[in-house]
Write a protein that binds this ligand. Structure first.
Ligand code: CP3
Length: 349
């Protein structure tokens, strides 16, 4: 039963046999099977086809032996239900041709139509059938991170337009965040109804905000989202990058599990977040490009401090880099799954 899987048990803080592990971007260009598909289809073509998105999602689980699948998609995909057009440029990321930079732009947003995303829900149904006992994580971008792509028109280092909107046109920014929050709730609800057994919100760029701006302009929307999603009774994972200063507040957002990047040691994250939420993380993904000893020592530090924590899930601090050797990632999964016995040997049992 999916519900008894070690991943879902750990999300809920229930006893489980081994530390569960999966990786953000576990499906992607580091895999020869994915590169072969990409020779024929763009990333968006893969994500917009139920059959292909399902193939990519399932192959990552089969190749790695991880404890959860993550829907193959992108944080931008729900925008297909809004009429906003975007592209994903290789080595750049999402690009929006007509950015939303003023109240005027935001006032022209169309009503969100989840029916335009039926390919995602159909893809989820296909995937869940094929995965057997492995749980599928559905996901969405969180409103601030989506707003940042919409306002900037692409990746940014400064978030100039997003912050300008937030401070200079506070009501318009709020209207955009509310629009995106409604979209996220409806989109993720439909994913859970199609069979996703956990949901993750990626707030990758929220760490660009001060704590006080986070509290004023983002947290109220996140609370509302998690309150609405709580009805679905599936674990809710909330991930941010460079968001150590926000952890205590994120812990009070209503999320079940917080995803943290590599900058903060997990015991410090635990102290900041308290014991009511789970933690997921946080090996520096660049270790995967530095050879096995670097991977092992970083992972050992994480497991020594966290393997007895009832609500801990191993992951990277961010996505798998495209240059990673798949064999190394696979070795890491087996090593993590073997951890309990290794620890017992070390302790002389
Ligand atoms: O395996 C998985 O984790 C599921 C699939 C997934 C993708 N994107 C596939 C993808 C998930 C969960 C995402 C989320 C996502 N997308 C985030 C949040 C997580 C994070 O990394 O912070 C963000 C910020 C995006 C936006 C985005 N999409 C970026 C920055 C890029 C990379 C651009 C590049 O070429 O390096 C993308 C494209 C993308 N999304 C790829 C994949 C596998 C690369 C696609 C390709 O060229 O084939």
């Amino acid at each position: 039963m999916v519900g008894d899987s070690r991943f879902l048990r750990a999300c809920r803080g229930e006893p489980h046999d081994r530390v569960p592990v999966w990786f953000m971007r576990q499906a992607g260009r580091y895999q020869p099977s994915y590169r072969a598909l990409r020779a024929r289809y763009s990333m968006l073509q893969l994500a917009r086809s139920p059959k292909l998105l399902s193939d990519v999602t399932v192959s990552a689980v089969e190749e790695l032996g991880v404890d959860a699948a993550i829907l193959f998609s992108d944080i931008m995909i729900p925008l297909d239900g809004t009429g906003i057009t975007f592209d994903i440029e290789e080595n750049v990321g999402p690009v929006v041709a007509e950015p939303l930079r003023t109240g005027h732009d935001i006032a022209r947003l169309r009503t969100f139509s989840p029916g335009l995303l039926n390919y995602v829900f159909e893809g989820i149904r296909l995937t869940v059938d094929r995965l057997g006992g492995t749980p599928l994580i559905g996901f969405s971008g969180a409103p601030f991170t989506l707003a940042s792509y919409l306002a900037e028109g692409g990746p940014s280092r400064t978030y100039r337009w997003t912050k300008r909107l937030m401070w200079a046109e506070e009501e318009a920014f709020k209207a955009l965040m509310e629009y995106l929050s409604d979209m996220v709730v409806r989109y993720l609800t439909a994913q859970a109804q199609a069979g996703a057994s956990a949901l993750q919100l990626f707030d990758s760029w929220v760490g660009a905000l001060s704590l006080s701006d986070y509290r004023s302009h983002v947290l109220p929307h996140m609370r509302r989202i998690f309150k609405d999603l709580a009805k679905l009774q599936v674990p809710l994972i909330y991930f941010g990058v460079g968001a150590q200063h926000l952890l205590a507040d994120m812990a009070g957002s209503g999320a079940t599990v917080l995803g943290v990047d590599w900058r903060i040691p997990l015991p410090m994250a635990r102290a900041a977040a308290g014991s009511a939420v789970g933690l997921m993380g946080n090996l520096d993904p660049q270790r995967l490009l530095a050879g096995w000893p670097a991977v092992e020592s970083g992972s050992r530090e994480i497991l020594r401090s966290m393997s007895r924590d009832p609500q801990f899930i191993f992951n990277l601090g961010h996505g798998v880099p495209k240059e990673v050797d798949p064999a190394l990632l696979k070795r890491l999964v087996s090593w993590i799954h073997g951890w309990e016995s290794e620890k017992m040997e070390e302790e002389g049992y």
